[in-house]
Ligand binder design. Sequence first.
Ligand code: SIN
Length: 330
Amino acid sequence: MKKSQLVLVSLLVAVAFVATATLASAAPIVIKFSHVVAENTPKGQMANKFKELVEKRLPGKVVVEVFPNSQLFGDDNVLEAMLLGDVQLAAPALSKFEKYTSSLQIFDLPFLFKDMAAVERFQQSEDGQKMLSSMKKKGLIGLGYLHNGLKQLSSSSPLRVPADAAGKKFRIMTSDVLAAQFEAVDAMPLKKPFSEVFTLLQTKAIDGQENTWSNIYSKKFYEVQPYITESNHGVLDYLVVTSSEFWMGLPDDIRAEVKKSLDEAIAFGNDVSEKKAIEDRQKIIDSKRSEVIELTDAERQQWVEAMKPVWKQFENAIGKDYIEAAAASN
Ligand code: SIN
């Protein structure tokens, strides 16, 4: 080969090398966001808004893949998958972190918050913000709280007073506080993933469950539960969570944009949650598939008195100061 040909070949090889390296370095960061609810819920809409914002702000740099309806991971394995790097974002209900931290159990205490404004005040307080990093040592970081709303009790028979729940089986999320809450009214709690609830209700393997208006509506629980007691007895909110390894491994400028988009998506999701609680409740009433039972003050007081001793039971695990601070947010 002549010297000029050799120079040309070397040049071509160098160009090819640079092109390959450039292409490789330009591969976008993929964020898989896994959740268990439908797309028309506060969390579903928040996840889709996050994708829209991130991909608009970081075109070609970050791609967000959203997997709703337990398509990728369910409640029982999403956090393990996150620690293995198989999923980067999720927003499990606060009740589902028991294995990783006891402080978030505070949100399961029955009748602790009188409304969502009190929940918001506590989450944004110094104590609430401290809880976001309560799982750091376990490799998980809370990036923000997202609202769904207050829980109602659905059942195959009318529930007006605690005695009506005695002996009945209720599906609960994986939380010992929720188990204690149902045991306090002599009911039988069963920890089961969200994806199984409809079938359990339909086949009458369980008598009832607790959930928000948007989950009861979007997952059609009201079609297989003839009674819903408007108890507002607890809160079902979420923690948007990621792994420390993924989060700290992001370039600083990308991490800042992703966080900004997430904060905006959460604010959007919180607005959706407020509207959905009203709209989906009304859709259920209009469907006439399920009767919504409104409690009198005296009936509600019976539930409060029966369930409130659960606070004391978990005082040591959660922290008395936290419980007092949360109660003060009312
Ligand atoms: C969710 O809203 O993410 C699921 C709630 C549940 O498991 O009941």
